[in-house]
Design a protein around this ligand. Structure first.
Ligand code: ADP
Ligand code: MG
Length: 620
């Protein structure tokens, strides 16, 4: 006879609340039920192993079935099962009190935090997120146990009584609610099984069409049994010993998990027994887009049960640019952020992973520098981001950070500084800064290419860490080696010339200087203050932190060695402004800084000059 019971919770509204809060991760119920099934099988295996149970050699097996007509979804296992007392204890009392704690703790939280709450899961009771009612049919493995049937419609009452199950194990049947019909669709279920159950340790079979349970073993016949394929891979590669894994295996596992058909650059197989348990594989992906960093994906598992992606408390944020799987049985299945933040093990795990990653980078660098250089453009954003985020990581990898030079070879910071004295000039765009690059190369000077969005942060970070280190963009300063030692131009003459330029260009605040440049052909160049430009870049990036729109100070450097510049003062008065402006235009053009209006003015001046040239020829 079925007996009714009262669920002991203060609020009868517990289920509507659960439904609302867990909404964002509704499909997590499947993981919870399948992992309970998996736990039940494991418990029975242990009991068999120590002689406490004797249920034979039968393989652990989980079956998932949907019946769109009856609107049911069931999860069935051949595990340990439950007696009536156990159902009372584990389902009615304990689990409910867990749910109650949850409600207590989070009742004041807003919907905005639903995402976090989604990571809790609620074990068995998450089934009510998608169901009008839930049934349990279970038979304990214990000899002479009676089958039990339990049903609850998600209010505060339930019914418990004798069931009909014949073999040990448990079947949970969900009567799917009207607003959750998606969970009766084969495609949706397959997708969820792939996400949550892909590496579960016991075989999972999916029956999208109702399978007649009475036909089970006897009548299905041998052939159809051999055809059956589990939907999961019970032996993921991370369980294998690293020394037994081949390159092909690592690469095909990568494809299987991440659906990324560009092979990874290299990988790290994590395998720790002490002081905590951890297994996993981290891959360094190729970056298909060299300018933008593609987010990676670190999947976290607990004994092959998927927990979540990209939990930054376990895996440092910058490692999320990698792709990988981490299986850590010491983590609870229902990860809550606050738990992870305060857990010492979690911090140890995070440190361990960081160390392994830097060790691997070092070994590639030391054992095969050419390959390391080949990988550099792909791994650089990750390494630089890591350095900025984690000083310990920086200390570990700073000696292997590479800089690509104008000659397109790679140098470590130390190597580069041995070859090049003073500040380190850098190029952010080879096209835009082509004129400066030419000037540098004419003078036998080198610079490094820092073209990635993260580089501006990275060089500021390096300057802060390494005293005496200074970076300057190639258009921000003149190096002494670009000047000749020739006699200084006459001070008075220079002053007059500078005034001439200021007046001609019509910019009172224009800073004009004259230098003896080795490259005689260059009449003048523009220099842009490194410091002010960086401030501007930052305010453009963060908007509002600094006064926006301000122009970085620019300086016009006239080349006293250039014959046009030398000639200016002796030109007829009316020609001076035109030539001065033109020299200025050319310098600005090399810096690619003419606005549309300025450019059309420049065109006008060009034709004027052309006219002059043409007419002076005729006069000769
Ligand atoms: P947890 O799995 O964290 O203990 P759950 O709410 O998921 O919490 O499950 C509560 C309890 O119900 C489990 O600890 C287990 O004792 C029992 N249980 C749930 N599902 C099964 C099952 N399929 N077979 C046997 N026992 C189960
Ligand atoms: Mg559970």
């Amino acid at each position: 006879m079925a007996r009714e019971g009262q669920i002991k919770v203060q609020s009868e509204k517990i289920f509507p609340i659960i439904k609302k809060w867990l909404y964002s991760d509704k499909d997590i119920f499947l993981r919870e039920l399948v992992s309970n099934a998996s736990d039940a099988i494991k418990k029975l295996e242990r009991l068999n192993a120590i002689g406490e149970a004797d249920t034979g050699e039968e393989k652990g097996r989980i079956e998932i079935q949907i019946d769109p007509e009856a609107k049911t979804l069931s999860v069935s296992d051949n595990g340990i099962g439950m007696t009536e007392d156990e159902v009372e204890k584990y389902i009615t009392q304990i689990a409910f009190s867990g749910a109650e704690d949850f409600i207590e703790k989070y009742k004041d939280k807003t919907d905005a935090e639903a995402g976090i709450i989604g990571h809790f899961g609620l074990g068995f009771y998450s089934a009510f997120m998608v169901s009008d009612s839930v049934e349990i049919d279970t038979l304990s493995y214990q000899p002479g146990a009676k089958p039990v049937h339990w049903v609850s419609d998600g209010s505060d009452t339930y019914e418990i009584g004798e069931g009909a199950r014949e073999c040990h194990g448990t079947t949970i049947t969900l009567h799917i609610g009207e607003d959750s019909k998606e969970f009766l669709e084969e495609f949706r279920l397959r997708e969820m099984l792939h996400k949550y159950c892909h590496f579960m340790p016991y075989e999972i079979y999916f029956y999208p069409k109702k399978k007649d349970l009475s036909q089970k073993e006897e009548k299905s016949g041998e052939e159809s049994k051999t055809e059956e394929k589990p939907v999961n891979n019970t032996q993921p590669l991370w369980l294998k010993k690293p020394k037994d894994c081949t390159k092909e295996e690592y690469e095909s596992f990568y494809r299987e998990v991440f659906m990324d058909f560009n092979p990874p650059l290299f990988w790290i197989h994590l395998n720790v027994d002490y002081p905590f348990n951890l297994k996993g594989i981290l891959y360094f992906p190729q970056q298909s887009n060299k300018l933008q960093v593609m987010p990676g994906e670190i999947k976290l598992y607990n004994n092959q049960v998927y927990i979540a992606d990209n939990i930054k408390e376990v895996v440092p944020e910058y490692l999320m640019l990698l792709k990988g799987v981490i299986d850590c049985p010491d983590l609870p299945l229902n990860v809550s952020r606050s738990f992870l933040q305060n857990d010492g093990d979690v911090q140890k795990i995070s440190r361990h992973i960081t160390k392994k990653v830097s060790d691997k980078l070092h070994s590639v660098f030391e054992e095969d520098r050419a390959s390391f250089e080949g990988y550099w453009e792909d791994i650089a954003p990750f390494i630089k981001f890591g350095c900025i985020k984690d000083e310990k990581f920086y200390d570990r990898v700073k000696d292997i950070v590479l800089f690509k030079t104008l000659n397109h070879d790679y140098r470590t910071l130390e190597e580069y500084r041995k070859e090049n004295e003073g500040q380190i000039f850098y190029v952010t765009d080879e096209n835009v800064q082509a004129q400066y690059i030419r000037l540098f190369q004419e003078n036998g000077m080198n610079a490094v290419l820092l073209t990635h969005a993260i580089d501006s942060h990275f060089i500021s970070f390096l300057e802060y860490k390494e005293s005496g280190l200074k970076f300057a963009r190639i258009d921000s300063d003149l190096s002494d080696s670009m000047k000749t030692d020739g006699e200084k131009p006459d001070e008075e003459a220079v002053k007059a010339l500078c005034e001439q330029f200021k007046a001609a260009v019509g910019k009172e605040d224009l800073d004009v200087q004259a230098e003896n440049l080795k490259s005689k052909e260059t009449p003048a160049i523009i220099l842009v203050s490194e410091y002010e430009r960086r401030l501007n870049d930052m305010s453009a990036m963060y908007g509002g932190m600094f006064p926006a729109g301000a122009q970085a100070k620019t300086t016009l450097v006239l080349n006293a060695q250039n014959d046009i510049v030398q000639k200016i003062t002796s030109l007829p008065e009316e020609q001076k402004p035109l030539v001065c402006k033109y020299v200025y235009d050319l310098a600005m053009l090399s810096n690619q800084r003419l606005s549309a209006d300025e450019l059309s003015e420049f065109m006008k001046r060009s034709s004027e000059l052309l006219k002059l040239a043409v007419f002076s020829q005729r006069a000769e």
